[in-house]
Design a protein around this ligand. Structure first.
Ligand code: SIN
Length: 602
């Protein structure tokens, strides 16, 4: 087969499907993120020759069954040509997040997508020169992959780990020095415990890959010693081929893409002071973890109502609590927002009510509900039996019906009302009230007069001036604000050529909206913080929260509590897992109360 070349004469990368030939954990890499060996067989495309990587290169890897959008950049640890049409490639994978979790879950025979080989390579050392290879953590992989190609004992190798050691199977250095942060193997300490500007003077060049602080230290040591230094840089990237510009770093020679101009760079052009943003690289002061017998306090008070924890079931996703009560421990939640209720109830929308999208859900329920009287008689008494506090979600077709509904609820023992001025699925009322400040204030003002109950107003992300609406409802008497309700979205049936939903537009929720919802909560909390303290009201954040890390982000953005909605449909235990995850996170970080980290990102 003829080689495929692009207009610049480059023959790779290519996109191919390989077969996993083994995936096993490296036992010694504990207790931090575990490290795995992944072996893959790659064949040439259309029966052509398989391309073998050169040391220093990497691939974008993704499971063919992946639920993720992007591949993950993984350096080659070792590669071996089996035949013209077949290459075996080994990777070392550090379990960091969802992408690497998918990769390490692969088994022999599974398919894996590979885009590569990508990037440049380590410069070949001059003949008879003596070089030092330095690998830190999983950064040991590309350096070891390079050392394998050097004559035996023509190099020394320093490997630095947090704990244990791995990735040193194929190398034959003259001298191998291992350092570990915890002293479990070799010298206790970091890479600087093994090399300094005097000891590196004996080398003709140093080749290093690892965490950024380690590379900065190696760069300085080599600069002080006057020794040539090559550093392999890791960075987040989407494409791997130089198109997305996500992995660009600012260097002394201008912008460089880690994927295409690197990953291997001459250390002289790198300016580590410019690689990390001064804004995002700040850290909160480190605290000691809480003592084993000390429980973090997750409680939160919103508008005078005490919640045991800040995790509430979002309206419309949890019925009235009883629906899920055999599935999860409803008592372990902080609160439950009822399905949106209207004075007389309504049957909801015709036709298709739900469409799933990648990581999202579009709904057009249309506020189907049995009416407030029915709720008060039949559902509220049961809801009130839960330890989780009841929050009654009140909607209306008109100002008058909001007010009448509020009056009825005022006579009950429900502790809080969530005033829904944000449902996008009804022709009258709902979101229409929440789109601009004046209309929003009018309904809050009227309902405020009708009830003394704490009033949390649920806002629509579709309002052009969300902060304006938020401030207007606050000034009209809201005690708290919850946001965001769903985003207006649509879907088209390509068979009929017609919209899928009766109302054409419907409400979009789920993990896909989380970053936008988080930004809106962040903006509102920022605006709230600019007010004198006695004028601020609490913000409850929601929108795509599906795990405890999401909840932490919303609280760090200033949310007093969070509501979890769509995630419960897929994982009914999501909320209980979030409560546990929050508790563990706080204990580990030494946070005694939510106030210790609430709003820290503002
Ligand atoms: C619906 O019932 O259509 C959704 C409720 C809402 O978005 O408030």
């Amino acid at each position: 087969m003829s080689e495929i070349k692009n207009c610049a004469g480059e023959t790779y990368p290519v996109f191919a499907t390989g077969k996993v030939n083994g995936c096993s954990i490296v036992q010694s890499a504990v207790p931090y993120g575990s490290v795995w060996y992944l072996k893959v067989n790659v064949s040439g495309i259309n029966g052509g020759n398989a391309i073998a990587p050169v040391p220093g290169q990497f691939y974008m890897l993704r499971s063919v069954r992946s639920g993720l959008l992007l591949g993950r950049p993984i350096s080659v640890y070792n590669s071996r040509r089996i035949s013209d049409s077949n290459v075996s490639i080994e990777f070392l994978i550090l379990l960091k997040g969802t992408g690497t979790k998918e990769l390490i879950s692969l088994e022999s025979g599974d398919g894996i997508e590979l885009l590569g080989p990508l990037g440049n390579n380590w410069p070949v050392p001059a003949e008879n020169s003596k070089v030092l290879c330095v690998g830190g953590g999983v950064g040991v992989a590309p350096v070891a992959g390079f050392a394998i190609t050097l004559p035996k004992k023509s190099y020394d190798f320093v490997a630095a780990f947090k704990s244990g050691s791995y990735g040193l199977d194929y190398i034959f250095p003259e001298k191998l020095t291992i350092t570990t942060d915890d002293g479990s193997v070799g010298i206790k300490g970091m890479v600087t415990a093994a090399i300094d500007s005097e000891s590196v003077k004996k080398y003709d060049a140093v080749y290093a890959c690892g965490p950024t602080p380690m590379l900065a230290a190696v760069q300085k040591i080599c600069a002080d010693a006057g020794v040539k230094c090559w550093l392999s840089m890791e960075n987040r990237m989407a494409c791997g081929v130089g198109a997305c510009l996500g992995c660009t770093i600012h260097t002394k020679e201008g912008n460089k893409r880690c994927c295409k101009d690197g990953p291997v760079f001459d250390a002289e052009i790198l300016d580590f002071a410019k690689i990390d943003s001064p804004v995002t690289s700040q850290r909160m002061a480190r605290r000691e973890p809480l003592a084993k017998n000390e429980e973090p306090d997750l409680s939160v008070k919103i508008a005078g109502v005490e919640f045991a924890n800040p995790v509430f079931a979002a309206s419309g996703t949890f019925g009235y609590g009883r629906e899920y009560s055999t599935v999860l421990d409803v008592d372990s939640l902080g609160g439950i927002c009822s399905k949106g209720l209207t004075l007389d109830g309504q049957p909801g929308n015709f036709g298709v009510r739900l469409i799933e999208t990648p990581m999202g859900l579009i709904n057009s329920i249309g506020l189907e509900n049995p009416g407030i009287k029915h709720f008060i008689e039949n559902e509220l008494p049961l809801m009130q039996k839960f330890k989780a506090k009841t929050i009654v979600n009140l909607s209306g077709k008109s100002l008058e019906t909001y007010v009448e509904g509020a009056k009825l609820l005022d006579k009950t023992d429900a502790p809080m009302i969530e005033l829904n001025i944000s449902c996008p699925n009804v022709k009258a009322g709902g979101m229409a009230f929440g789109m601009e400040p004046k209309a929003a204030a009018s309904v809050v003002e009227a309902v405020r007069k009708a009830t003394k109950k704490p009033l949390m107003v649920k806002l629509s992300p579709n309002a052009p001036d969300l902060i304006g609406v938020a401030m207007a409802v606050k000034n009209a008497g809201a005690d708290a604000i919850s946001l965001v309700n769903t985003f207006q979205a649509t879907a088209i049936n390509i068979e009929t050529g017609r919209p899928c939903f009766e109302n054409i537009r419907a409400g979009f929720s789920g993990p896909a909206i989380k970053p936008i919802a988080l930004r809106m909560v962040y903006d509102l909390c920022l605006a709230m913080n600019k007010l004198p303290e006695n004028e601020r009201i609490p913000v409850v954040g929601l929108g795509g929260i599906s795990c405890w890390q999401d909840a932490v982000e919303f609280i760090m953005a200033g949310a007093s509590a969070v509501e979890v909605g769509t995630a419960t449909f897929g994982n009914p235990l999501a909320m209980t897992e979030i409560v546990k995850g929050l508790r563990d996170f706080m204990a580990k970080k030494g946070y005694k109360t939510l106030g210790d980290f609430r709003g820290c990102a503002l």
